[in-house]
Structures are given as structure tokens and as C-alpha cells.
Write a protein that binds this ligand. Structure first.
Ligand code: UDP
Length: 346
């Protein structure tokens, strides 16, 4: 296969690129290096089946050229991470909406010219919003909060991406699959944008207090990026997945307090666990989700997928990766997103 991965130098994108290149596919990673990095794919650069193009997925001229040369597009490029969304809402909203529109339009043009491309659009469990009765099923209602809270703008932009993908399928025949990723973790994930597991890990390794926001009773389900990549690879090989929406994640639930304890104990760290009120952790008016658990039965039905990596293995893997990076002198930096401007719209 010839695969274009937008966001291919990001955390999930780089793992996916690795997997596809290893099995013999040709992969082009398009990335603006805003939250991804060239180091994530440095080990692939020498591979003849891999190329990194630095550019924006919202840049129609670049995307059209790259889409023409591939048969499958995996659209991962997006502004992600609660902190980034709260601090750069204009960038997050515009980037998420424009880039998806550009990718789908390029696929529609190719199809009109008789060359059909399969498109997988990455979405997020954020779209379930404040839904209060998990496990969430793909057909559940989406319950978003008010527009004055930027967090919901991210959920809403990704929900619009889903609608747009399904609309391009129905109206223009572009075969599109929607993948709603739940909390995905693993080696290479940065804590810079607020994600909890890399933060807890770094704090435990440094012997700093582990900062649990709110009461710590809120829960999440964490899935290893290797398992998420496996689900994506199976989905793009499943013709009846076209036009459908899938949750991808693990259904093993853990509270943030429980996660902090697990990380601390696995590191054998003396870090205290510190509860930080939400209004100190985030901008005013922040709303958290209490529980976020996927119903993964649809994914099981379509691709016989179950995550293989236990939470204990995931935490050990993330700690080992972070230790390795620290021994190479890589200090995890603070939240300093280097966001390139969006290309002009025509
Ligand atoms: N969280 C925390 N400490 C941190 C970072 C995050 O307690 O240093 C909490 C956060 O408030 C949320 C959970 O961990 O309840 C997961 O946060 P993350 O940003 O990783 O993902 P999401 O909220 O999108 O599920």
C-alpha cells in the first residue's frame, strides 16, 4: 500500500508509520512539527519506504499532490491535548476543521478523476463530552458543554470532522472510516500538552509531587499505542468498515488517584501524591469528564480486536522509555507549543 499519514511525525503517527513501513508499505508522513517532531521518525528516515514532508495538512496544494500519489490516507493531524486546546483555541479549532476539509476535498477530487482513495479520519472520545453513562457506544448522543468553555470547541471540531467525513462518503462516494481514539499512551508521548501519564511518569522519576487534578476520583481507560495501531491497520483492511464510526481503546478503567499510585509504585518513587484543584490546574471554567469508558463491542465485531497490553505493562513501558530518554539528556520541557501559522486559504 501507499499510505499518506497526516500527523505522521506525531506520537500515534510515528508508531503507525513504523508498523506500515516494517510490513513493506510506502509511507509519506506529512507533519507541520507543531506538536510532532522529526526525532519521532528519525529512525525511519533511512528507510526507502518512508518519507517525511514538513508542511500543514491544511495546505491544499501540498495535500492534493500527496493524496494523488497514495491509495490510503490516514488523517491524524490535529491540535490535541487539553492544555493546547485551552491556551490556543483559535489554532485548535481552525486547524482541526480546515485540515480535515482539505484532506477530504483532495480525496473527492481524486475520486472524480477515477482514482478512489480510502480515508481514515482520527476522532476522539472527547466527542462524547459530558455523557454521564459510560460505556459509550458509537451511536450515543453527544453531550457538549457551553461555547464559552474552549474544551468543548475541541470536541465540537472533531465531531464536525466526523460529520464531514461521513458526508463526503454519502455525497461524493469517498470511502471514509471514523476512528474515535480513547486515551492512547506509550513511548514517545510528550507531557507538554497536559497528558496525564507522561506527566505522572516524569514527576515520579524526578521525585516531584505527582499532581492529581480535582479529587482524583475521575477515571480513564488507557490503551497502548501499539494496540491502537493494530486496530487502525485492521480497520483499513476491512471494506465493511467504510462509512462507519468506531471506538478504539481499552475498557480497563482506573481513577487518576489509582494511576498516580501505580506509577509511583512501579517507579519505586517517594513522590507524594498532591491533589491540585482544577482552577489551579487549568483556566477558569474548566470542566472535566468524570468517567470515560468505551464500549468496544463494535470494534470486536468488525475486526476481532482486543487490546493485548495490560495497564501494568503500559506503565512499565512508558517509564522505561522516559528513563531511556532521560539518560540521553532529554529533559521533558514545559508547555511551549511552537505553532506555525496556517497556510492562507484560497
Ligand atoms: N490529569 C491529572 N494530572 C495531570 C494531568 C492530567 O490529574 O498532571 C487528569 C485530568 O484532569 C483528567 C485526566 O488526568 O482528569 C486525563 O487527562 P488527559 O489530559 O491525559 O486526557 P483527557 O482529559 O483528554 O482524557
Amino acid at each position: 500500500m501507499k499510505v499518506l499519514i497526516t500527523g505522521g511525525a506525531g506520537f500515534i503517527g510515528s508508531h503507525l508509520a513504523e508498523r506500515l513501513v516494517e510490513r513493506g508499505d510506502e509511507v509519506v508522513a506529512l507533519d507541520d512539527l507543531s506538536s510532532g517532531s522529526a526525532e519521532n521518525v528519525a529512525h525511519l528516515e533511512a528507510h526507502p519506504g518512508f518519507a517525511l514532508v514538513i508542511g500543514s495538512a491544511a495546505d491544499a496544494s501540498v495535500v492534493e499532490t500527496l493524496v494523488e500519489r497514495c491509495d490510503t490516507v490516514i488523517h491524524l493531524a490535529a491540535a490535541v491535548g487539553v492544555r493546547l486546546i485551552l491556551e490556543r483555541p483559535v489554532y485548535a479549532i481552525e486547524n482541526n476543521l480546515f485540515a480535515t476539509a482539505v484532506v477530504l476535498d483532495a480525496a473527492a477530487k481524486a475520486r472524480k478523476a477515477g482514482d478512489t482513495k480510502l480515508v481514515l479520519i482520527a476522532s476522539t472520545s472527547e466527542v462524547y463530552g459530558k455523557g454521564s453513562s459510560p460505556p459509550f457506544r458509537e451511536d450515543d448522543d453527544l453531550t457538549l458543554g457551553p461555547t464559552r468553555n474552549s474544551r468543548w470547541a475541541y470536541a465540537c471540531s472533531k465531531a464536525m470532522d466526523e460529520w464531514l467525513g461521513l458526508a463526503y462518503y454519502r455525497e461524493h462516494g469517498v470511502p471514509t472510516i471514523i476512528a474515535r481514539f480513547f486515551n492512547t499512551v506509550g513511548p514517545r508521548q510528550t507531557g507538554r500538552y497536559g497528558m496525564v501519564l507522561p506527566n505522572f511518569t516524569q514527576q515520579a522519576l524526578d521525585g516531584d509531587p505527582i499532581t492529581v487534578f480535582g479529587t482524583g476520583d475521575q477515571s480513564r481507560c488507557f490503551c497502548h499505542v501499539r494496540d491502537v495501531v493494530e486496530a487502525v491497520v485492521r480497520l483499513i483492511a476491512t471494506p465493511r468498515a467504510v462509512g462507519e464510526v468506531f471506538n478504539i481503546g481499552s475498557d480497563r478503567e482506573i481513577s487518576m488517584r489509582g494511576l498516580a499510585e501505580l506509577v509511583r509504585d512501579t517507579v519505586s518513587s517517594r513522590s507524594p501524591i498532591k491533589l491540585v484543584p482544577y482552577d489551579e490546574a487549568y483556566a477558569d471554567g474548566f470542566e472535566d469528564m468524570l468517567r470515560r469508558v468505551p464500549d468496544t463491542s463494535k470494534l470486536e465485531r468488525y475486526i476481532a480486536f482486543r487490546p493485548m497490553t495490560t495497564l501494568e505493562e503500559i506503565v512499565a513501558d512508558v517509564i522505561a522509555d522516559r528513563r531511556g530518554r532521560m539518560s540521553m539528556g532529554d529533559a521533558e520541557d514545559q508547555f511551549t507549543p511552537s505553532i506555525p501559522p496556517l497556510p492562507a486559504r484560497s
